[in-house]
Write a protein that binds this ligand. Structure first.
Ligand code: ADP
Ligand code: MG
Length: 728
């Protein structure tokens, strides 16, 4: 082992877990640093409190006078907790969160120091945001954007800063962030779902989309990652031979959590409690040093914010524990990648989960209605759903070992499949009393029992029904959930609107009873969307063929996958539902392609750099040792030396061949990059990166990894997979 590697490893192995003292019960800590409903109730006047509630529940505007009151209460609360600054906290399209800290401290005209924070600062801010990506929106319309408070996500204190969740929009109103379209999509699914839920219960006034995410990640000692330029710059290893022992033994999954990792988790959970993030589970994942954290599910907008926040908190807590937290979807080749399952359901203000069957046939019909409509929405927009999770990093994971493929299908289990089959056989038109009774008793009525013992689970499905929710599993671990959540809620809203129209038409024009009409429309929906249902092994080659026959998309790369985002069908969907206009849609498309291209560009540069500055020199050094050895053998054995030096000579030749292959691979890759960089039009450029630059990654890596196996371990400069993954 090289001295550098040895010292890094020695230091990381010598680390003790950081001591964590937990003096208080979790429940006492929960939400202590959040300006939540109970804090507001205590610190706001009745009018101000009502106004915030109306803003949260109905999207009502908060008037300026009230905003001043809220700001004053928020400031007093924050200062009493030792806060000195405030920031508008938002999610620009870069994927990370952004903050601009301002001090409460201000000087009055006569030079006196005061703490100031008014309604103006709460409701509207102009960040100096010219460097956030906007896909041309800001340039075309107005030079600046502004941030505005999102009262549906409560303010919180992080460190000594009061963070106010905000949207980020251009002066012309176009969204420059992830949150704005998400809020619009949630509003539209709320309206559409309320209208349908009222067929079953007239008291329903609001439907919330819920999200429960499961965040996977790797923990690697920070000193070890610091020794790898690829992990530092690209968040993943660009080379490295797989270790003799991988995850084959499955001994990490649900095994006991390593001590240092456990101490990190406890610290993280403590921070999460204070921030009101309801963390519930922690466990090991499939790969060595891979873990998962998941909260109790929450209203989708809040859950999205919590996920963005926790990724930031994990990073900071990781630093305290000398860990680098890897969020990349595929940090190690040949090892399980990381995802972020998005568990999704719809809940009414009467406390009913619309994706969970109830006690009466009517409530089960309601369940079936939402269940079938969701399936239909996914079948109509499978390609858009795939696009919503497309990124350079997720491309390495989808379809690789132990990850869903790039084909979107829906898994519902054998028993629910039977239910749908029965429904498909329902008579067209009005149902006879006998048929209806039979349906209600023997099909709809049996659903709760079916689901009770629905142990049927298919881990290979990208979109699976799991008892009382759908689980979108293709989302990448580094993604912002807002993107897939915006699409899912929009397509379901769209489908529910059309369902309502069809049912109403049958009731009005065909004089049908409500439940007859519902059965009739559901039957047609099932017929039209069956092809999206798949119960088999999603990882198999046969599925790819079968999916093609069924006409399902299989867009394996991001540039391919994103195309559908700017199709007429997509744009009119978003426009009709008021989620995004054409300008916003196209801007996002461009930003995502730009981001894709940049990521590949970085990876390509780092790989070229490592190959030429680390790998080739090391290989040559070792080759020189061999050459010296051969020279020595010659001086001892004279003309007979070949008998003794044959293996060494072959090694020398082998190394030369690999060095040559790496060097020419890098040259060709650089040329391909140069050519790609001259291309105008971000779509063509991204395609060029995908099809002409990226293929060299594997080729160059292949030879580097072979050299890792040949060259003396003593001089190998890069921390090896076995050291990264199996030390703790
Ligand atoms: P698994 O790892 O088997 O997929 P977990 O129990 O780890 O399942 O995660 C389930 C996730 O689903 C949790 O984050 C949980 O909060 C969430 N969840 C449970 N019920 C719902 C629901 N009705 N709507 C949305 N999310 C839910
Ligand atoms: Mg899951």
């Amino acid at each position: 082992m090289s001295t550098l590697r040895f010292h890094a490893l020695k230091e990381s192995l010598g680390r003790e877990p950081e001591a964590i003292t937990e003096s208080q019960k979790r429940s006492e800590l929960f939400g202590v640093n959040v300006f939540n409903e109970s804090t507001m109730r205590q610190s706001l006047t009745k009018d101000a409190f009502k106004s915030v509630k109306a803003a949260v529940e109905k999207g009502a505007k908060i008037d300026r006078g009230i905003a001043d009151q809220i700001a004053a209460a928020m400031k007093d609360w924050a200062i009493s907790k030792g806060t000195t600054h405030y920031t508008h906290w938002f999610q620009p399209l870069t994927g990370a969160t952004a903050e601009k800290h301002d001090a409460f401290f201000e000087l009055t005209p006569d030079g006196q120091a005061i703490e100031k924070f008014g309604g103006g600062q709460l409701v509207q801010q102009e960040p100096d945001a010219s460097s956030f990506p906007s896909g041309g929106i800001r340039n075309t319309f107005e030079a600046r954007g502004y941030t505005a408070w999102d009262p549906s996500s409560p303010a919180f204190i992080y460190g000594t800063t009061l963070c106010i969740p905000t949207v980020f929009v251009a002066y012309t109103g176009e969204a420059l962030d992830y949150k704005t379209p998400l809020l619009r999509a949630l509003q539209s699914v709320d309206q559409a779902a309320v209208a349908v839920a009222r067929y079953f219960d007239k008291n329903v006034k609001k439907v919330n989309a819920s999200l429960g995410w499961e965040q996977e990640y790797f923990l690697i000692d920070s000193l070890l990652t610091a020794s790898r330029p690829d992990l530092v710059m690209a968040g993943r290893t660009l080379l490295g031979h797989s270790p003799a022992k991988g995850q084959q033994l499955d001994d990490h999954y649900f095994g006991s959590i390593p001590r240092r990792a456990l101490s990190f988790m406890r610290d993280l959970e403590h921070e999460c409690m204070l921030l009101g993030i309801p963390i519930k589970t922690r466990h090991n994942e499939v790969a060595p040093n891979q873990f998962e954290v998941a909260p109790i599910y929450d209203e989708a907008n809040l859950a999205v914010d919590h996920n963005s926040l926790i990724m930031d908190v994990m990073d900071k807590v990781g630093q305290r524990h000398h860990f680098k937290v890897l969020f990349h979807e595929k940090p190690f080749a040949g090892v399980n990648g990381s995802g972020k399952h998005n568990n999704w359901s719809l809940t009414t203000d009467t406390g009913v989960n619309l994706l969970s069957p109830g006690k009466t046939p009517m409530s089960n019909l309601q369940f079936l209605t939402f269940f079938v409509n969701t399936i239909k929405a996914v079948s109509d927009y499978e390609e858009l759903l795939r696009a919503s999770i497309a990124s350079a990093s997720n491309d390495y994971r989808l379809g690789a070992n132990e990850a869903p493929p790039a084909i979107i299908s829906v898994f519902i289990g054998e028993q629910l499949s039977n239910v749908l089959e029965n429904l498909e056989g329902v008579t067209k038109g009005k149902l006879s009393p006998e048929e209806k009774t039979d349906l209600k008793l023997n099909v709809v009525g049996k659903i709760p029992e079916i689901l009770l013992d629905n142990t049927d689970r298919n881990r290979t499905s990208p979109f699976a029904f799991t008892g009382n929710k759908f689980e979108f599993r293709a989302v990448g671990s580094s993604a912002n959930c807002a993107n897939p959540m915006t699409v899912l809620n929009t397509i379901v809203a769209n489908q529910l609107i059309s369902f309502k129209k069809e049912v109403d038409a049958l009731i009005d024009k065909k004089d049908m009873k409500k439940d007859d009409a519902i059965f009739n429309v559901l039957r047609e929906l099932i017929k039209k969307s069956k092809h999206i249902l798949f119960e088999g092994n999603g990882y198999s080659e046969e599925w790819k063929k079968e999916a093609k026959k069924r006409g399902l998309s299989n867009n394996e790369t991001t540039p391919e996958a994103l195309k559908v985002k700017i199709s007429d069908k997509t744009i009119s969907l978003f426009e009709e539902l008021g989620v995004m206009n054409a300008v916003e849609v196209k801007a996002r498309y461009e930003i995502e392609l730009e981001e894709y291209t940049l990521r590949l560009q970085i990876e390509s540069r780092v790989l070229g750099d490592i190959a030429r500055n680390h790998i080739i020199p090391t290989a040559v050094r070792y080759q020189n040792v061999l050459i010296e050895n051969v020279g020595g053998l010659k001086s001892i054995f004279g003309s007979d030396f070949k008998k003794h030096a044959q293996e060494q000579i072959e090694l020398i030749q082998d190394i030369s061949a690999k060095v040559a292959a790496i060097n020419s691979g890098v040259t060709k890759m650089i040329n391909a990059r140069k050519k790609a960089n001259t291309i105008h039009g971000i779509d063509k450029k991204a395609q060029a990166y995908c099809n002409t630059v990226k293929p060299f990654f594997e080729e160059i890596r292949y030879h580097c990894d072979k050299l890792e196996m040949l060259v003396d371990d003593e001089i190998w400069p890069l921390t090896k997979y076995r050291e990264l993954l199996f030390t703790r």
